[in-house]
Design a protein around this ligand. Structure first.
Ligand code: ADP
Length: 222
């Protein structure tokens, strides 16, 4: 960024060319900001400094809203997106953060699935967990890469030609962990990948209310 800006200072280029350079600089700054903010967020979550603003969140609604946001991207890419969700799947959590986790998984599924492929997003209640899964028919992840994909900046060979910074899954794991949950992944090269977020379900009624107020108490530092 600095090099391009320095060259622009001394260059005799036209106003139009200078504007194009400025636009490139803005875009590069935005990417850098996203990277710095992601690193900060991961560090805060991993060190336990991040605060969970816990409210009852319906994962079925959250997934429906997130998928709607991604419809134009899947259409552009020629990938079919389907959603399967029960009426209500409540967890105690921070909606924007949970939405970011689902969005990161969807973003990857779109990025690593070729035209003609499909993405299936499912919300289910299994035992005491709400499980949100994102399954694609994309390139898949090699067995040797699987243990590393949640590490900061790790990108498998098949990703080098795609945009990204290798921080998306680190964020997903951080968000899910701070909600007391876990992330699972299974993949077959050439066939596709499935990620699932397992989050403790919010028990409705009095017990649920108690869990919520206990969480609020923790947030206030009680
Ligand atoms: P990136 O910005 O590179 O997508 P992520 O942290 O989101 O970073 O993912 C880490 C790596 O895991 C990716 O570079 C890619 O190699 C692999 N990966 C993640 N999701 C998928 C997927 N749905 N299909 C294939 N590979 C994936």
């Amino acid at each position: 960024i600095r090099g391009v800006a320095e060259m622009a200072i001394t260059s005799e280029a036209s106003l139009e060319q200078h504007r194009e350079t400025a636009a490139e600089i803005v875009e590069a700054c935005d990417e850098l900001l996203v990277m710095v903010n992601s690193m900060l967020a991961i560090s805060e979550m991993e060190s336990g400094v991040a605060r969970l603003d816990a409210q009852p969140v319906d994962c079925a609604g959250l997934v429906a809203d997130t998928c709607e946001l991604f419809e134009p991207a899947t259409e552009d890419r020629g990938v079919k997106l389907s959603v399967e969700a029960p009426g209500l799947a409540l967890v105690s959590g921070d909606r924007p953060r949970l939405q970011q986790a689902v969005a990161n998984l969807l973003d990857n599924a779109i990025k690593y699935t070729a035209a003609g492929g499909a993405i299936h997003v499912k919300v289910a209640i299994e035992g005491g967990d709400v499980v949100v899964s994102v399954q694609d028919t994309g390139v898949g992840i090699a067995g040797g890469d699987l243990p590393h994909i949640f590490e900061r900046f790790y990108r498998a060979d098949h990703s080098r030609s795609k945009p990204g910074n290798g921080l998306g899954l680190g964020l997903v794991r951080g968000i899910v962990k701070m909600h007391g949950g876990r992330v699972e992944v299974s993949s077959v090269v050439g066939q596709g990948t499935a990620f699932s977020l397992h989050l403790p379900a919010l028990v409705e009624g009095r017990r649920g209310q108690q869990a919520m107020s206990a969480q609020r108490g923790r947030n206030l530092g009680d």
